[in-house]
Ligand binder design. Structure first.
Ligand code: AMP
Ligand code: GLY
Length: 424
């Protein structure tokens, strides 16, 4: 008897998770709530939204689901894992209290400070005038962030004092990010190269994945406002094996121990956004889920069956486990709708999906798509994650863009330089 799995989410990350979970010989049935047209080929999609904690828990109970895999952060911060565990259902994903590592930057920064885990110097504020006064004493460049969730758009890197004042105005006065901006973190600007190190965590133990890098800015050359992520690749050349070991010893393990010691044992994926500057290694952010789009290239490279890892995180039994990786690189190019990261129109018909899927070692992961009369149309900002394997990042890049060229819709936008650092 195989296992019954319920996956929560409907973006590119969840399409990649569905693709990987569906390949596991341990799984006999896979549902996805709410899923998307790409996921539909791999799982039975259930029309329940990711924030409907009660309905999701009820569905898992009723269908005797063996494992729930939570993709996005919002249901985690709403306590979905707690609700499932209370009913005796195994879940891959941290508790509500542990999800504060992502859900509250104030919690995260204070935890790191209490445990001397390296991160940028910071202050937290609830009052705009106090924030302005401190910023004046610090000067620019400086970074102003909402404490709460803002879909990757709540961190404003300010090159000048004027920009910093404007960021305070937008977050704290105009309240552009709503209650996410009730508290802000103002922190020192860090130089260096960013990398993402994700790890499976079972409450105590840490099993790192391969390194990855993403591109957050909307335009080529890392210019323009931040987005949820316009592309990603793995491996990340700057995350050498030695630096990865240091990141585990100096950042991931101390954080997992700190969480356990303070009464919030962490289970699930822990994503550390790192800034690497020569020998200096610091935390920019934590996410309590797979990165999107980092998940797409990472899972294409992951050779091990993912199910034993998801189960071990849920059950506290990661001891001695290690992930096997494809030696090849993988690279994902996000195709977004016009207007993104601002509001974007929906309902534009997408062509070329079949032609792109014919290319070997290419997966076109759906993110913001829906089906209208049998036609796949755009339905969100980030629409597709076109991902390819290749011998080295340069070849993966060439193959991903070959697939991107086959796909089109009115006003599609994508960066043309995903992976440039690794290729250089
Ligand atoms: P966060 O949501 O905190 O990860 O911030 C989003 C992005 O803003 C990061 O990926 C960085 O590119 C940039 N950023 C955030 N904090 C800093 C910092 N202290 N110094 C430099 N860049 C930063
Ligand atoms: N790609 C960055 C994130 O998932 O937060």
């Amino acid at each position: 008897m195989g296992m019954k799995v319920l996956l929560i989410g409907g973006g590119g990350r969840e399409h990649a998770l569905a693709w990987k979970i569906a390949r596991s010989p341990l799984v006999s049935r896979l549902w996805c709530a709410p899923g998307n047209p790409g996921i539909k080929a791999l799982a039975e999609c259930v029309p329940i939204g990711v924030e409907e904690v009660e309905a999701l828990t009820h569905f898992a109970d009723e269908h005797r689901v063996d494992l729930v895999v939570v993709g996005p952060e919002t249901p985690l911060t709403l306590g979905l894992s707690d609700a499932l565990r209370a009913r005796g259902i195994a879940v891959f994903g941290p508790s509500r209290a542990a999800a504060a590592l992502e859900g509250s930057k104030v919690f995260m920064k204070d935890l790191l400070a209490r445990h001397a885990i390296p991160t940028a110097p910071y202050r937290t504020f609830r009052d705009a005038e106090a924030a302005r006064a401190w910023i004046r004493t610090q000067g620019a460049p400086i970074v102003v962030k909402t404490s709460g969730l803002a879909a990757g758009k709540g961190a404003i890197v300010c090159a000048t004092l004027e920009e910093a004042m404007e960021a305070v105005e937008r977050i704290m006065v105009q309240r552009e990010f709503g209650t996410a901006g009730d508290e802000v973190v103002v922190e020192g600007f860090l130089r260096g190269e960013e990398a993402s190190l994700l790890a499976f965590v079972d409450g105590e133990r840490v099993v790192p994945l391969a390194g990855a890098q993403d591109h957050k800015a909307i335009f080529d050359g890392d210019r323009g406002p931040n987005t949820g992520g316009m592309g990603a690749y793995s491996p990340a050349p700057c995350l050498t094996p030695a630096l990865t070991r240091r990141a585990v010893e100096e950042i991931l393990l101390p954080t997992v121990r700190a969480m356990a010691a303070e009464g919030y044992p962490y289970r699930g994926i822990l994503y550390a956004g790192l800034m690497i500057d020569g020998e200096a290694l610091r935390v920019l952010e934590f996410n309590v889920r797979f990165g999107d789009p980092e998940c797409q290239p990472l899972l294409m490279r992951m050779q091990s069956d993912i199910m034993p890892f998801l189960l071990a995180c849920a059950n506290g039994s990661l001891e001695g486990m290690q992930v096997e990786w494809d030696e090849r690189a993988a690279l994902c190019v996000v195709m977004a709708a016009r207007g993104y990261p601002g509001s974007s129109p929906k309902g534009d018909a997408i062509t070329g999906l079949e032609a792109a899927a014919l290319l070997p070692d290419v997966q076109v992961f759906h993110a913001g798509t829906r089906e209208e009369n049998g036609v796949v149309v755009t339905s969100g900002g980030r629409v597709l994650g076109v991902t390819a394997l290749g011998h080295g990042v340069a070849e993966a890049q060439r193959r991903a863009y070959e697939a991107v060229e086959r796909i089109a819709w009115e006003g599609a936008q994508f960066r043309r330089d995903i992976g440039y650092r690794a290729v250089a």
